[in-house]
Ligand binder design. Structure first.
Ligand code: 5AD
Length: 443
């Protein structure tokens, strides 16, 4: 979306109306994007339709003519954190750091060098101030509910040889698996039964899963459960993305991993950064809620690169941004490289919330794998969603994209959400309190 243009947020009466409305507007040539809903409506529906000022009247007309219920229309104001500096008056913060916080307080855009300054701090008082600012921004624009989604890693076959990845093509000794459609559906139903609204289907780049096979799966999920579907299947031809969207896929995760071309090329022997960006562009044009993200602690990566990643997410209008630390995976060319820095990851999450504002930010599984408390820390630094891992136990061990990948299950989600003093979504049909005294999370 263009900078400097006024935007409006349209809240429809239900998620279905929101998705139908977004499609209707796009089909009529109106530039829209789906963004997290304003906090006051967060529990009714997680998303809102964002349109430009010049299109708001015609958009409203189209929606009303087509019986899409509208709950409200709001002008999107620059989000300020009024009084932030005052609330930080007991912290020890350098003047130059305070200057950037002041910009955040006033709702001004941050420059590349502002972002670098935030990322480079290793002072306790400043980091806490940064996390607090991000937490306030998250609360203000999304509220306290943590969105919970379920992921199924349905195939670990992959034609690519990404150097960091534990399911890369050339990983000797890895037992490859492919879940059957029925096995996948069994998990989908178990998620649906507990009220989860979104299922994430993730796999390696597996040619066996042709577009028609994926299409059948999408159709079955929609027909049998009506759940929202996030796909994470890597790079595919535009026609595939279009086909899946037509059948009802809602979201797509395709991380850029790093916008530094040299590092991108080093870790991705089969990929071209421009192709990856083009795929993201297609996904955006096709109306997906568009996911990207990056790995923190890649070889040679500097704060300046991470700042570029964050600005790329903002400029591309990315809606979901997964940021996790690099974790060396056994048997990969990067197995002896050091683990990504946890503080840097949390700082990147916080800055992303402050810069990209109205986006979904997961507390990533990679963070949980380093320490089970870190998901809670991410939720306190701007994150607002958790992805459960629902891959059946007999396959899970072979989907270690990084070593010692931790289980993110309902128990660990309970710990993370309550640890951060946050709320479970009302759509969950289980009493989360049963996890209060449950045993340790399975590793
Ligand atoms: N360390 C951290 N993150 C990784 N991913 C894959 N391998 C690793 C690793 N070794 C992340 C990538 C990918 C997502 C599915 O998992 O960001 O997009």
């Amino acid at each position: 979306m263009d900078k400097g243009v006024k935007h409006f947020l349209i809240m429809a009466g239900s998620t279905n109306h929101m998705l139908m409305g977004d499609k209707l507007l796009k089909d009529n040539g109106i530039k829209t994007s789906l963004v997290p809903a304003p906090a006051e409506y967060g529990s009714v529906c997680a998303i809102a339709i964002k349109v430009e000022d010049k299109d708001i009247d015609i958009s409203e007309k189209y929606l009303r003519e087509n019986d899409i219920s509208i709950r409200g229309i709001y002008e999107e104001k620059p989000e300020r954190l009024t009084g932030l500096i005052d609330r930080l008056k007991n912290s020890i913060i350098r003047d130059e750091f305070l200057d950037v916080l002041k910009k955040i307080e006033d709702g001004q855009d941050l420059t590349h060098s502002d972002i670098v300054l935030l990322l480079k701090t290793d002072r306790k008082g400043e980091m806490e101030a940064l996390f607090k600012a991000a937490d306030e921004m998250r609360k203000k624009i999304i509220g306290d509910v943590v969105d919970i989604r379920g992921a199924i890693e349905f195939s670990n076959h992959c034609k690519k040889d990404c150097k960091y990845c534990g399911v890369r093509r050339n990983l000797d000794g890895l037992q490859r698996y492919r879940m059957t459609e029925d096995e996948i559906m069994e998990v989908v139903h178990s998620l649906h039964n507990i009220g989860i609204k979104t299922v994430i289907l993730q796999s390696g780049e597996d040619a066996w899963w042709t577009s028609d096979r994926i299409a059948n799966l999408i159709t079955r999920i929609k027909k049998e459960t009506g759940m929202k579907i996030t796909l994470s299947l890597g790079e595919r031809p535009r026609e595939d993305y279009e086909y899946f969207k037509k059948l009802g896929a809602n979201n797509y995760l395709l991380k850029i991993e790093t916008t530094n071309e040299e590092i991108f090329n080093f870790i991705h022997p089969d990929d071209d950064i421009n192709d990856r960006k083009e795929c993201s562009q297609w996904l955006k044009e096709l109306g997906y809620l568009n996911g990207s993200g990056c790995i923190i602690g890649l070889p040679g990566q500097r704060e300046e690169d991470i700042a570029n990643d964050i600005l790329y997410f903002k400029d591309m209008g990315i809606n979901m941004i997964g940021i996790g630390p690099f974790i060396p995976a056994k048997g990969t060319p990067l197995e002896n490289y050091p683990t990504g820095d946890v503080d840097m990851t949390l700082k990147a999450v916080a800055v992303t919330r402050l810069v990209c504002k109205r986006v979904f930010l997961p507390a990533t599984t990679a963070l949980a794998s380093i320490d089970s408390d870190l998901q809670s820390d991410a939720l306190k630094a701007g994150a607002n969603t958790i992805m459960l891992i629902n891959t059946p136990a007999k396959y899970r061990y072979n989907y270690q994209i990084y070593s010692d990948k931790n289980m993110v299950d309902l128990k660990s989600a309970y710990d993370a959400v309550t640890g951060a003093n946050r709320e479970f979504p009302s759509y969950l049909k289980i009493d989360m309190e049963v996890y209060k005294d449950a045993g340790n999370t399975e590793k």
